[in-house]
Design a protein around this ligand. Structure first.
Ligand SMILES: Nc1ncnc2c1ncn2[C@@H]1O[C@H](COP(=O)(O)OP(=O)(O)OP(=O)(O)O)[C@@H](O)[C@H]1O
Ligand SMILES: [Mg+2]
Length: 485
């Protein structure tokens, strides 16, 4: 086993020397730093287990060093040393995550015990972290629901790949099919589950920043690089790096990524040294990457390297048997979140949910259920609360495209006018329609009653009367709302 490392930070040579002797007696490896800057550098380079940190240093104060260490994600236990402990400093240091304080002149026996305790606390914290990971797995933060043959087989394959040694995996599928979810399964059900899961969306970060983000940079690599920064590859070491929307990477970065994947070493921007990393790369794309290769937008060599193990998640419309189990799952989830006790969809709702083809896949389904769960106040989810796209699929509107798609009542090219409303097969009641219109207006107006009443061309009092009648507000509530609206 590697020796426990203690970083000694003090500007007095004699103090450092005596601490080094003691640490070595105790069987630890000692590293010395004589000021704050050196301390930060040494912590980066050596990843010590314990830092003995003098509060008064010639350059940056000990507290600031502590803050920077914590901000950089260093897990070392910090023990502060000071000749005159000021209660404010002590409080601040403990708040910043220091393990303990010890007075100067140093009592070495006391220090020895403090170091042992700090190491024990740090070990326990590590255990708590991994227990936390276990609980996350069991509590189903990434629970995959699905009853269809396609999903069952897919998940069997995903779990097998997760447990394998595969270092790169490609996940493809339309938007909202569950690529993020699968990436998490690939991490949490692998032997790397105690390591970090780090995700980055390649399309969300400007091209110019992505390189430094992925590979880190050395101090002074460019104008803003005031300090060394670790990249995501280094941060994800021993864990998984999820590169979402990989199709958006520039050709330059595609080439660089291929090298990193093949050699498992990275070089920080402005750096000269190769740093070995042990990272599983899960790449995802909702574009057809093979097509992107054919069209010359994506490097063929990188595609082949990523596609060695490739997982394709089929769209929800090709696995409709998943719809109702997913609905049940989301209903339970939102019952918990909204403190409701809705039993599930009504027959009519069920029929509509199964008939719709879900271009936005599971995400669109989840959003539809969330919306209905917010609005429903009876035991079953009624169809009146489903999004327009689901109840009127012929209108060619999906919940995602509502802003760009033709609106009900709009005249389409060719002169056909979309009906403002249409009556479901089983019929409806005028009151039901009126109630949904009131709700829609309130939704569209962001809850503002004055604006909602204008949308319906009625007075605000008339709107409030209808809201009361339909049970959307109750007596006292309505007075409050009136006062605050
Ligand atoms: N099989 C499933 N069981 C439970 N929830 C699911 C399932 N598939 C997807 N979801 C949920 O649907 C939503 C969308 O999934 P996710 O974000 O993984 O999709 P995606 O493929 O990454 O989409 P995008 O391409 O837009 O990034 C999430 O809330 C996710 O938890
Ligand atoms: Mg995603």
């Amino acid at each position: 086993m590697a020796k426990i490392k203690v970083l000694i930070v003090d500007d007095e040579k004699l103090v450092r020397w005596s601490l080094r002797q003691k640490c070595q007696d105790w069987g630890y490896a000692a590293i010395e730093a004589e000021n704050g800057a050196e301390a930060l550098e040494a912590a980066q380079a050596e990843a010590p287990d314990v830092v003995l940190l003098d509060v008064r240093l010639p350059d940056i104060g000990g507290l600031e060093v502590l803050e920077k260490l914590k901000a950089a994600g260093e897990s070392a236990a910090a023990i502060m040393m000071t000749g005159d402990p000021q209660i404010d400093d002590v409080k601040a240091a403990i708040r910043m995550g220091a393990y303990d304080f010890i007075g100067k002149p140093l009592d070495f026996d006391e220090l020895g015990v403090t170091i042992l305790n700090a190491l024990e606390a740090r070990r326990l914290r590590g255990e708590v972290e991994s227990l936390r990971g276990e609980m996350r797995r069991q509590s189903g933060t990434y629970q995959v629901v699905g009853a269809s043959k396609k999903t069952t087989e897919l998940m069997r394959f995903v779990r097998k790949v997760a447990a394998s040694e595969a270092s790169t995996i490609l996940v493809q599928g339309e938007s909202g099919t569950g690529k993020d979810l699968v990436a998490k399964v690939l991490h949490y059900e692998s032997s790397r589950h105690d390591g970090p899961f780090v995700a980055i969306n390649c399309s969300a970060i400007p091209e110019t920043l992505i390189e430094a983000e992925l590979f880190g940079h050395e101090k002074g690599a460019f104008t803003d690089a005031k300090a060394m920064k670790k990249g995501l590859f280094e941060i994800a070491d021993s864990g998984t790096l999820f590169l979402d929307e990989i199709g958006e990477l520039s050709p330059f970065l595609q080439a660089k990524l291929l090298r990193v994947i093949e050699d498992q070493v990275i070089r920080r921007v402005g750096g000269l040294r190769d740093i070995r990393v042990d990272v599983r790369v899960v790449a995802a794309s909702n574009r057809d990457l093979e097509k992107a290769v054919r069209e010359g937008h994506f490097r063929q060599d990188l595609y082949y390297r990523l596609a060695v193990i490739s997982i394709y998640i089929p769209p929800l419309r090709e696995r409709k048997e998943d719809v109702l189990p997913l609905v049940d799952f989301f209903v339970q989830d939102y019952n918990r979140k909204f403190r409701k006790s809705i039993r599930g969809p009504s027959d009519e709702t069920r029929r509509l949910l199964l008939a719709y083809d879900w271009p936005g896949n599971v995400r669109e389904l989840r959003n539809a259920i969330e919306r209905a769960m917010i609005l429903e106040d009876e035991a079953l989810l009624r169809a009146i609360y489903l999004p327009f796209a689901v109840t009127q699929p012929h209108a060619g509107i999906t919940a995602f495209e509502r802003s760009s798609a033709p609106a009900p009542g709009e005249v389409l090219p060719g002169g056909r006018r979309l009906p403002l409303l249409s009556i479901p097969d089983g019929g409806t009641s005028l009151e039901e329609v009126e109630r949904s219109l009131v709700i829609l207006a309130l939704e569209q107006a962001g809850g503002n009653q004055t604006r909602a009443s204008r949308l319906l061309d009625i007075s605000r009092d008339a709107l409030r009367y209808k809201m009361k009648k339909f049970g959307l507000i109750h007596g006292e509530e309505s007075e409050e709302a009136a006062a605050s609206d």
